[in-house]
Design a protein around this ligand. Structure first.
Ligand code: ADP
Ligand code: MG
Length: 450
């Protein structure tokens, strides 16, 4: 295996476990510049990326490389020019390209924020998403006049973003003169915050009020963000009165978004609501076959059946399984059997290991900030310990719904008011601090691998 192939295999593996945004941030322009015997040198574009790769992904990278080549026992990271350009397509004879490894984010339309890869043509319909599909499809034929707003909700990885963006892309196709804007809620929030800070509120307002179709993704992130909600409320009303189309997604129905202003909730409920539930077995199989076809690979039925039976609640994971197997198959240039597939998909399928627990949160936070668990649980008032501790408490509350007294006890017998204070402080900080948000998401990914 050449060093390029090795690195592609590492990227294919890592890409499955982190968000596309993080993947691009940390792995763009990286590569293996040297590999001999048990040593590998990975080059990275700058010292910041070096630190992150070493500290946050070092273990995964080493494990992946070691799995592919047992000899490899050590990795060094250097800042320098990379020979391998991941973006560059290679000819099919020398090295097959691996589907998602191109950094597709770059193709996003700057005007609309829409990603052209999300279209109706590659969206598979089953009983679980039929209604949401029908509603978005209808809207894209006649935006503003049928279902307004349209509120699509459902769990993670079930196709909300794909569907919303498909509607956006379809509208542009049908009505090229219409202005469509897709925006994730976190970005909308960041926009509100910075427009206030920079005294550009009017400019911000007019930007969103000039559109014909506004697509706001993952609206649950507006929970507790009062200023942003207020701004969105006014934008909403303005667009609504002008018969402009509003499409919203959320991981839960409006009723279940706590800390959402009542007036927004009733606006959302006043339109059309469509949910996406879990795909049935047949649709899962159809999705797997389509995704394999898109990647120009073939797998025997028994492998596809195995995946469809074992991954039931997340289409992104179905896709991840296909990516992983196709990467392996292409690199090794030989067909896979069921047994090998099972071992390649082990950590994707056996999810108990991926469930979060207080212990894992504490471990992940300590590792992330290079602290000893003892320090995190101590009463130290040092800032570099207090902040991580508050984040750990926040995660216990937010992700595990632990009670405040429980959290207090867990952290060295502190009072429950300390836990409340920590939770609220982090929650507030998240509203204005985009970096903290990224940090916490990275910690969450780490928790899954603890
Ligand atoms: P969500 O926004 O609900 O978390 P996404 O829209 O990001 O989910 O979907 C996750 C991945 O699964 C995407 O790559 C998407 O293209 C794919 N996907 C989801 N639903 C379907 C579907 N019905 N047909 C084809 N691909 C799908
Ligand atoms: Mg989404």
């Amino acid at each position: 295996m050449t060093k390029e192939e090795l690195w592609r295999a590492v990227l294919a593996q890592i890409q499955l476990n982190i968000s596309q945004a993080n993947f691009i941030t940390w792995f763009k322009n990286t590569g293996i510049t040297f590999q001999e015997g048990n040593q590998v040198i990975v080059s990275v574009p700058n010292s910041f990326a070096k630190e992150w790769l070493e500290n946050k992904y070092g273990k995964t990278i080493l494990k992946t490389l070691h799995n592919l080549n047992q000899e490899i026992k050590e990795i060094k990271y250097i800042v320098g020019k990379t020979e391998l350009k991941v973006l560059k397509k290679t000819s099919s004879t020398s090295l097959p390209e691996i589907g998602q490894l191109e950094f597709q984010e770059f193709k996003i339309n700057k005007e609309t924020n829409l990603n052209p890869k999300y279209i109706f043509e590659n969206f598979i319909i089953g009983p679980f998403n039929e209604l949401a599909h029908a509603a978005t499809w209808a809207i894209s034929k006649n935006p503003g006049f049928i279902y307004n707003p349209l509120f699509v909700y459902g769990g993670v990885g079930l196709g909300k973003t794909h569907l919303l963006e498909a509607a956006g892309n379809e509208i542009i196709k049908n009505f090229p003169q219409k202005k469509v804007k897709y925006i994730p809620s976190e970005i909308f929030t960041a926009g509100v915050v910075s427009s206030i800070r920079n005294h550009e509120v009017e400019k911000f307002k007019s930007k969103y009020r000039a559109v014909d179709v506004l697509i706001l993704d993952d609206v649950q992130f507006l929970a507790g963000k009062e200023k942003t909600q207020e701004e969105f409320f006014h934008t909403f009303n303005d667009l609504y009165e002008k018969n402009k189309q509003i499409i919203i997604s959320s991981d839960r129905p409006p009723k279940a978004i706590l800390a959402l202003a009542e007036r927004l909730r009733s606006r959302f409920e006043g339109g059309m609501m469509a949910d996406i539930s879990y795909p049935d077995y047949e649709t899962r199989l159809a999705i797997l076959k389509t995704k394999a076809q898109e990647r120009k690979v073939n797998f025997p039925e028994d492998i596809l059946n195995y995946i469809a039976s074992n991954i039931q609640k997340n289409i992104r994971e179905l896709e991840g399984a296909i990516n992983r197997l196709s990467a392996y198959q292409k690199i090794n240039n030989q067909p896979l059997n069921l047994e090998k597939s099972k071992s390649l998909l082990k950590n994707l399928i056996f999810s108990p290991a991926r469930v979060s627990t207080p212990k894992k949160i504490i471990q992940a936070v300590s590792e992330f900030y290079d602290l000893k668990e003892k320090e995190l649980l101590s009463s130290s008032r040092k800032k570099e310990i207090v902040n991580p501790r508050q984040i750990a408490m926040y995660l216990l509350r937010e992700d595990l719904k632990s009670s405040y007294p429980f959290i207090g006890r867990k952290f060295g017998g502190k009072d429950h008011t300390t836990a409340i204070h920590s939770y609220e402080k982090v929650l507030k900080e998240l509203e204005v601090n985009e970096n903290l948000n990224n940090e916490i998401n990275l910690i969450r990914q780490r928790i899954l691998t603890c």
